[in-house]
Design a binder for this molecule. Structure first.
Ligand SMILES: Cc1cc2nc3c(=O)[nH]c(=O)nc-3n(C[C@H](O)[C@H](O)[C@H](O)COP(=O)(O)O)c2cc1C
Length: 206
């Protein structure tokens, strides 16, 4: 029976211990398909993914050079290096904006002055563009993480990493920024600790 979204959300947790099994090509493709279908600002789809499965590379990810020595990463079946393509973000969001306007998908006053709006985005600071791209990429990754649960896989978002070293090792292009890396594999956990969460009272305003 297929798992529902509610169950996938409840079951998802950060997995840091994996079996030695590799992922199949079709499993990797399924995960990337989930990301591909995520929403993005002006349909810019600025996410780019490098899937690393080579054993020597995976071992390297567990070193201080890559991730402040998060040694458990060496046991992942794959590491997805999740990047934001700042170089293409503006162009892609501009063309989507004009497509929405010209095809009456978004209509009325919202699209008045859209040329000026997208022109402003083009000259925004690099860090602001990175923020927008990273937000979109994170959303796509949430889709990967939930789809992984449905497929019996585990993931862990890793935010502590050395961007320059990872970019150099894999020859990532100048216009790409790394948002984070995502460890993926088949869970092999002795026990799953309960997840600590704030109550609704703490997070709902008003
Ligand atoms: C932005 C971000 C950065 C994170 N960085 C790391 C990391 O570098 N190493 C790690 O083991 N887990 C990392 N995590 C996983 C969190 O520790 C984990 O999501 C959190 O403790 C909640 O636990 P859960 O995912 O099991 O629900 C990160 C998660 C996020 C969203």
């Amino acid at each position: 029976m297929t798992m529902g979204v509610k169950d996938a959300i409840a079951a998802r947790h950060s997995v840091r211990a994996f079996t030695k099994d590799k992922l199949t090509e079709s499993e990797i493709r399924e995960l990337l398909e989930a990301a591909r279908n995520a929403p993005s600002s002006l349909n810019s789809q600025p996410w780019r993914f490098l899937v690393v499965t080579d054993a020597a590379d995976l071992a390297w990810f567990g070193t201080s050079e890559a991730t402040r020595k998060q040694a458990w990463l060496a046991g992942a079946a794959a590491i997805v290096v999740c990047c934001a393509d700042i170089a293409h973000y503006v162009k892609d969001s501009q063309s989507a904006a004009f497509f929405y306007r010209d095809n009456d998908i978004i209509t009325g006053e919202t699209m008045d002055g859209i040329d000026a709006y997208v022109a402003r985005e083009a000259v925004a600071a690099e860090q602001a563009k990175f923020g927008a791209c990273a937000m979109n990429t994170a959303l796509a990754e949430a889709f990967i993480m939930l789809r992984a649960v449905e497929m019996g896989l585990g993931t862990c978002w890793v935010g502590m990493f050395d961007e320059a070293n990872i970019k150099a090792r894999f020859g990532l292009a100048e216009g790409l920024r790394i948002v984070n890396i995502l460890a993926v594999g088949r869970p092999d956990e002795p026990e799953v600790h309960p997840r600590k969460r704030k109550s609704l009272d703490e997070i709902v305003l008003g």
